[in-house]
Design a protein around this ligand. Structure first.
Ligand code: ADP
Length: 471
C-alpha cells in the first residue's frame, strides 16, 4: 500500500512534476524542428525541379512550349519538374502548365523579379495540400516565372505519425521516470527505515543500545551519530536519576532504622523518665536529620526540574556576608574554633537571589565548621577584582585528598560517610552550593590539602558585569 504522505512518494511525484513540462517542451520542440527540417528538404527539392524546367526552356528556346504540348499528346504525364509545374510570363500570364498540377488547383505565384529569392508556400485551395515553389528567372532574354508543386500528403502523414509517437511515448516516459524516482528514493530511504526500526527497539530497559552508523559519510550518518549522542546523554541522565533515587532511598532508610530501633528498644520494658527522655531526644535528633535531608532532596529536585530558577535582584554582598558571619559566630564559638571575617571598605554588589546566596554561604561555613577540629581556624573573606566578587571560605580542617576533589560536588559523595553522618551531613550540601553558584552566573573552586585545610572560593560577576553578560 503506497503512503501518499511518505517522502518516497513525494520524491517520485516531484520527479514526475519536474519532468513533465520538460518532456512536453521537448516534444513540442522536436515536432516543430522535424516539420522545419522536412519543409527544408521539400523546398530544396522544389528548387532543383525549377532548375530542371529552366534548363529545358533554355535548351529548347522558342520550341519549348510546342515540344511540351507535343509530348503531352504522346503520354499522359510529363516527367519534367516532377510532373507538377507551371510557367508564367513577366506579367503573370500562364504560358504552360502540366496537366497534373491542374488537379491541385495551384494558385498563381506572387510576381517577383529575376534574381530574387524563390517564394515557397503551402496551398490548399479546394483540394489536397501542396507545397509550391516559384522562381523568377530570365531565359533567352525573356522573364519567366517557373512554379513547381509537391503534394504534402506524405509530409502531413509523417508529421501526424510523429505526433502520435510523442502522444504515446511521453506519458510512458513520464511514468517510467516516476517509477525510477520511486525506486531510487526507496533505496535512498532504506537506511532511514533501518534507523526507525532500531530506534523503535530502544527503550528504558536497553538504553545502552545504539543505532548502527551507515558507512557513507552522508546526512544519514550524521543523523545516526546525532541520535547516538542524544541516546548517550539520555543514558547518562537516566543512570544519574536511578543512582540518585537509590542513594536517596538508602540515605532515608538509615535514620528511619535508627528511629525504629530506638523506639522498639525503649518499648521492650518499663523505662524511667530519664531513659524515656534520652530515647525521645535520639528520635528527635534523627527526625531533624531526616527533615534536613528531605529539604535538601527537595531543593535538588526543584533544581533539576529547572522550575525553580532563582529570582535575581541586586544584592549587597558585604551586608549579606556580615549578617551570615554574625549568625555563624555562636556555632563556631561552640566548637572553640577561631573565626575571622574580612570585608573590603567598598560595598560589593552582585545580582543574585538573597535566600539562595545565604544558603550557599551557610553550606560552606557549615562544612568548614564540621570538618575543622577544635582550636582550628576559619576565615571568611570578601574581595572584588575588575569583573567578579570573590568570596573565600577557608579552614584549617581535615582537608580533602587530591583524588577526592573532583567528586566533592557529586550528590551523596562524602570522603568519610561515617564522619559526615555523625556531623549531620547529607552529602548534598556542595551539589546544592554548586547549583546556586552556576545559576548565579558564577564559578566555585576548591583548593585543599589533606590534614592542612581547605579553601572554597566563589566568584560571582559584579552587578554591572552581570547585566552586561546577560545582555
Ligand atoms: P556533607 O553533608 O557530607 O558535608 P557536602 O556535599 O557538603 O556533604 O560535602 C561533600 C563532602 O566533601 C563531605 O562529606 C566532605 O568529605 C567533603 N568536604 C566538604 N567541605 C569540606 C571541608 N571544608 N573540609 C573538608 N572536607 C570537606
Amino acid at each position: 500500500m503506497i503512503n501518499i504522505f511518505s517522502i518516497r512518494f513525494r520524491i517520485a511525484a516531484w520527479y514526475f512534476l519536474s519532468a513533465a513540462p520538460i518532456l512536453v517542451l521537448l516534444a513540442v520542440g522536436s515536432w516543430f524542428a522535424m516539420r522545419a527540417s522536412m519543409y527544408q528538404g521539400i523546398d530544396e527539392e522544389l528548387f532543383r525541379r525549377t532548375l530542371g524546367v529552366e534548363q529545358f526552356f533554355q535548351t529548347r528556346g522558342d520550341n519549348a512550349i510546342p515540344e511540351l504540348q507535343r509530348e503531352l499528346t504522346n503520354g499522359p504525364e510529363l516527367p519534367l519538374g516532377g510532373g507538377l509545374f507551371q510557367v508564367f510570363d513577366a506579367k503573370g500570364q500562364l504560358l504552360f502548365e502540366s496537366p497534373a498540377i491542374t488537379r491541385h488547383n495551384a494558385t498563381n505565384p506572387t510576381l517577383h523579379s529575376p534574381g530574387e529569392k524563390p517564394i515557397y508556400r503551402d496551398s490548399a485551395l479546394n483540394g489536397p495540400r501542396v507545397r509550391l515553389g516559384a522562381r523568377c528567372t530570365t531565359i533567352n532574354g525573356k522573364v519567366l516565372t517557373i512554379q513547381v508543386a509537391e503534394p504534402l500528403r506524405s509530409f502531413d502523414e509523417s508529421l501526424t505519425d510523429f505526433a502520435h509517437v510523442l502522444y504515446v511515448s511521453i506519458p510512458i516516459l513520464l511514468l517510467a521516470i516516476a517509477a525510477a524516482g520511486f525506486w531510487l528514493s526507496g533505496r535512498a530511504m532504506a537506511p532511514v527505515e533501518q534507523i526507525n526500526r532500531e530506534a523503535r527497539a530502544i527503550g528504558a530497559d536497553n538504553l545502552t543500545a545504539r543505532l548502527s552508523v551507515p558507512k557513507p559519510r552522508d546526512e544519514l550518518r550524521t543523523l545516526s551519530e546525532t541520535l547516538n549522542a542524544m541516546l548517550e546523554r539520555i543514558e547518562i541522565s537516566v543512570n544519574r536519576l536511578t543512582q540518585f533515587t537509590a542513594d536517596a532511598s538508602h540515605e532515608l532508610r538509615s535514620p528511619l532504622t535508627l528511629i525504629q530501633t530506638a523506639a522498639e528498644y525503649t518499648l521492650r520494658r518499663e523505662r524511667s523518665r530519664e531513659e524515656l527522655e534520652q530515647a525521645m531526644r535520639k528520635i528527635l535528633h534523627e527526625t531533624n536529620r531526616t527533615a534536613a535531608l528531605i529539604d535538601r532532596l527537595l531543593a535538588l529536585a526543584r533544581a533539576d526540574s529547572d522550575k525553580n530558577r532563582l529570582s535575581c535582584r541586586p544584592i549587597d554582598l558585604t551586608a549579606l556576608l556580615k549578617d551570615i558571619a554574625d549568625n555563624a559566630a555562636p556555632l563556631v564559638r561552640k566548637k572553640h574554633i577561631r573565626f575571622s571575617a574580612e570585608f573590603g571598605s567598598k560595598p560589593v554588589q552582585v545580582s543574585g537571589d538573597d535566600s539562595a546566596l545565604r544558603e550557599l554561604f551557610l553550606i560552606l561555613i557549615d562544612n568548614a565548621v564540621k570538618y575543622t577540629p577544635t582550636k582550628g581556624s576559619i576565615f571568611l573573606r570578601l574581595s572584588a577584582d575588575v569583573k567578579d566578587a570573590v568570596i573565600e571560605v577557608a579552614d584549617t580542617g581535615v582537608g580533602i585528598a587530591e583524588e577526592d576533589i573532583p567528586h566533592i560536588f557529586d550528590r551523596f559523595w562524602r570522603a568519610d560517610k561515617v564522619r559526615s553522618r555523625e556531623m549531620g551531613g547529607t552529602g548534598l550540601g556542595l551539589s546544592i552550593a554548586k547549583w546556586i553558584v552556576n545559576q548565579s552566573g558564577g564559578v566555585i573552586t576548591v583548593a585543599s590539602e589533606l590534614g592542612a585545610g581547605s579553601n572554597f572560593s566563589v566568584r560571582l560577576p559584579l552587578l554591572n558585569e552581570a547585566s552586561l553578560r546577560s545582555e
